[in-house]
Design a protein around this ligand. Structure first.
Ligand code: FPP
Length: 240
């Protein structure tokens, strides 16, 4: 099942993805922005299935950022309903594929109770699954995640000298999540945009020109190939 040009011994354990370009894709097709998001769902599930097939353990997507609330009210409403609808329509099939669904992000007053309920149901339904872990970052911001971690640490009364990198990592939204090996952003945008700021410290970043609705597992495999062709040193020296 593995594409011939990929090295099976160096498949990334965790891939994080910014699904960017839905709006521009829609505009190119003469469609509304919301049609672009709908087309993005097809891309997401093709890529997710492709990731699962080659044995990726963790796959994380940026579904809605803490900054996305600034979009026009109608688009925000659409994105919230769309996320809820995707959970409802897809969770059984994900569960059958042994996928574990997780969420990352702030559960503040802006997130409708109904969506929180769907998230909790999806978490519970898939919590014992042992296949790929699919993390949906919703109302997520990397800075907010760090603020929330610091708040927890301060509230627990931890003395300053006991605050280490490990302590901070333990207070992130999903402490068991390994750092991404690879972060992919589509649509020719070269930014991190507040995604997984702490976790991406040593990730390889691959930027694709393809707009998200056109992205498919072949593009994912090409990004993994680019990752494999790089030399990860984690601040050390090659070959050490
Ligand atoms: C960015 O495109 C994309 C989004 C803000 C949301 C994408 C969401 C999905 C595909 C659904 C995910 C849902 C679940 C439950 C995982 P953009 O609007 O920023 O595009 P543009 O930069 O071209 O305007």
């Amino acid at each position: 099942m593995l594409p011939a040009d990929l090295d099976p011994s160096r498949i990334p354990r965790h891939i994080a993805c910014v699904m960017d370009g839905n709006g521009r894709w829609a505009k190119q097709q003469g469609l509304s922005r919301t049609e672009g998001h709908k087309a993005g769902e097809r891309a997401l599930f093709d890529v997710l299935e492709g990731a699962d097939e080659i044995g990726i353990d963790w796959f994380t997507v940026y579904a809605f950022s803490t900054e996305n609330w600034r979009r026009p009210k109608d688009e925000v409403r659409f994105l919230i309903n769309f996320n809820e609808q995707i959970l409802l329509e897809r969770r059984d099939e994900l569960n059958e594929r042994n996928v574990r669904i997780l969420f990352s992000g702030r559960r503040d007053w802006r997130v409708p109770k109904r969506l929180i309920r769907r998230m909790d149901e999806s978490l519970e339904l898939t919590q014992d699954n042992t296949g790929l872990t699919f993390t949906i970052a919703f109302n997520y911001g990397g800075r907010a995640e760090l603020v929330d971690a610091v708040r927890c640490i301060v509230e627990s009364g931890t003395p300053a000298e006991k605050v280490t990198e490990k302590v901070i990592a333990r207070h992130l939204y999903n402490p068991e999540m390994p750092d991404p090996d690879l972060m992919i952003r589509t649509s020719g945008e070269y930014r991190i945009s507040n995604f997984l700021l702490w976790e991406l410290a040593y990730s390889e970043l691959v930027f694709s020109e393809v707009l998200w609705p056109d992205f498919r597992r072949e593009h994912l495999y090409a990004a993994i190939k680019e990752y494999q062709d790089r030399d990860r040193r984690f601040g050390g020296v090659a070959g050490e």
